[in-house]
Ligand binder design. Structure first.
Ligand code: ATP
Ligand code: MG
Length: 422
């Protein structure tokens, strides 16, 4: 128990954190390329924010939230998604009154959902999320889909499909709800318990159920796309025009409705096929009514969330290797009584901005070299009797075996010259 992390959580080990850092750097770059700036919100928020923001008919609110009372008897919830917190930030800091649109992203945001842990499904996962507030135009919906697509294909993911849909707006959706309910009315008996409940409260979500029996029942369900009002239709057409102009492949899937209640118009998913079935790496959409629902003036918005663990899983699955940095530029080895000289040299090299280290465990010189090799140090810097007597150090390029003895004070520059690093 003590040495076992809670179910559904995952450690990132020192030897694999470079993969996270690599992917995170690409995410930051992709966001910056489109004018999005980072925002950070707390790990927990008032429970009320998610009850109102995410919607009380969703799986998240009904079954998945980590909610507790703090010592001041306030109901607190660990973030089960990123958007509600972003809207709260926008409202609290009056960002809607600044120049719009307000474009923000969050990276590595821990997300907590009490789900049944399985491949690709954790109880704590991390998201890269991007949100744009204050722009109603479909060009932004397209920009976000393209951002996610470019990011993932830039990482080398090849097996990627972009699926889009429109779920309309409060003007046209009620008529569709009625049609869908009519269609489902004779089938309620065959639906899962959750969907029998959804049938009453939010029939759209039956379309999105993962239970095979429910999927079979909705196969021929009427499509929201046949019921869109003129405004939603024009918006959806423009989104497609943008995607066509940019030349990315996409498909319309009228069964995407997304798990959260706040969406309007565009919804989309980026999906890859895995041996265990389809995996959604990225999901998002437009939520033009959420800001108002959370107490602000009406403000259109659109965004997506991308699971970082799923991105890494995908890269793994496709056998994509990310560049692995070595740990040290230079490893200082020493003989005899020259430990203090070695220690001073390590600190001198670090102060010069190099990644440097020495043995701290009393290894023999031979074992020091072995360790340097194992840690893939680019260069070793050795202080033996002769070097110590001359105020010098012997450098060796571990890849080329090239050797060079230089005065100690020139060590950093010489290491840089040797590794070709500026
Ligand atoms: P799914 O359909 O797989 O349950 P979702 O619709 O619940 O996903 P979102 O709420 O849209 O997912 O979250 C955005 C992204 O976060 C997902 O596309 C996925 O990459 C990731 N994600 C969601 N839930 C989990 C989880 N339990 N474990 C790991 N990643 C997750
Ligand atoms: Mg889910």
């Amino acid at each position: 128990m003590l040495t076992q992390a809670p179910r559904g959580t995952k450690d990132v080990l020192p030897a694999e954190s470079y993969r996270w850092q690599y992917v995170e750097a690409k995410m930051r770059k992709a966001a910056a390329e489109a004018g999005y700036r980072e925002a950070r919100t707390p790990v927990f928020e008032h429970t009320e924010l998610f009850l109102r923001g995410v919607g009380d008919t969703t799986d998240i609110v009904q079954k998945e939230m980590y909610t507790f009372k703090d010592k001041g008897d306030r109901s607190i919830t660990l973030k089960p998604e990123g958007t509600a917190g972003a809207v709260r930030l926008l409202l609290e800091h009056n960002l809607y009154a600044d120049t719009l649109p307000c474009k923000l992203y969050y990276l590595n945001a821990p997300i907590f959902r009490y789900e049944a842990p399985q491949s690709g499904r954790l109880r704590e996962h991390h998201q890269f999320g991007v949100e744009c507030f204050g722009a109603a135009d479909a060009t932004v919906d397209a920009e976000l889909i393209l951002l996610a697509y470019r990011l993932l294909s830039g990482l080398g993911v090849s097996n990627l499909s972009v699926n889009i849909n429109s779920i309309g707006c409060p003007k046209c959706r009620p008529a569709y709800h009625a049609r869908l309910k009519g269609f489902l009315a004779g089938k309620v008996e065959n639906l899962c318990a959750d969907c029998r409940n959804r049938f009453e409260r939010n029939p759209l979500r039956v379309l999105d159920c993962k239970v095979p029996a429910c999927q079979a029942e909705v196969k021929d369900a009427p499509s929201m796309l046949d019921c869109l009002c003129d405004e939603c239709r024009a918006h959806f057409d423009k989104l497609q025009a943008c995607l066509k102009v940019s030349g990315i492949p996409y498909a319309i899937d009228s069964r995407i409705v997304r798990g959260l209640d706040y969406y309007t118009k565009t919804v989309f998913e980026l999906i890859t096929k895995t041996p265990q079935g389809n995996l959604t790496v990225c999901g998002g959409g437009r939520y033009d009514n959420l800001v108002e629902q959370l107490g602000g003036d009406p403000l259109p918005a659109v965004g997506f969330g991308m699971g970082i663990e799923r991105v890494l899983m995908l890269l793994d699955g496709e056998g994509i290797e990310l560049p692995k940095p070595n740990v040290y530029d230079v490893f200082v080895t020493w003989m005899g009584e020259h430990e203090m000289k070695a220690f001073a040299l390590v600190e001198q090299l670090r102060a010069a901005g190099l990644r440097a280290d020495m043995d701290h465990t009393g290894r023999s010189l031979k074992a020091q070299f072995k360790y340097a090799n194992k840690m893939q140090a680019a260069v070793t810097a050795t202080i033996g009797d002769e070097e110590a007597a001359n105020g010098a150090v012997k450098l060796k390029n571990m890849a080329t075996r090239e050797e060079k003895t230089v005065p100690t004070e020139e060590a950093a520059a010489a290491v840089r010259a040797m590794t070709g690093e500026e």
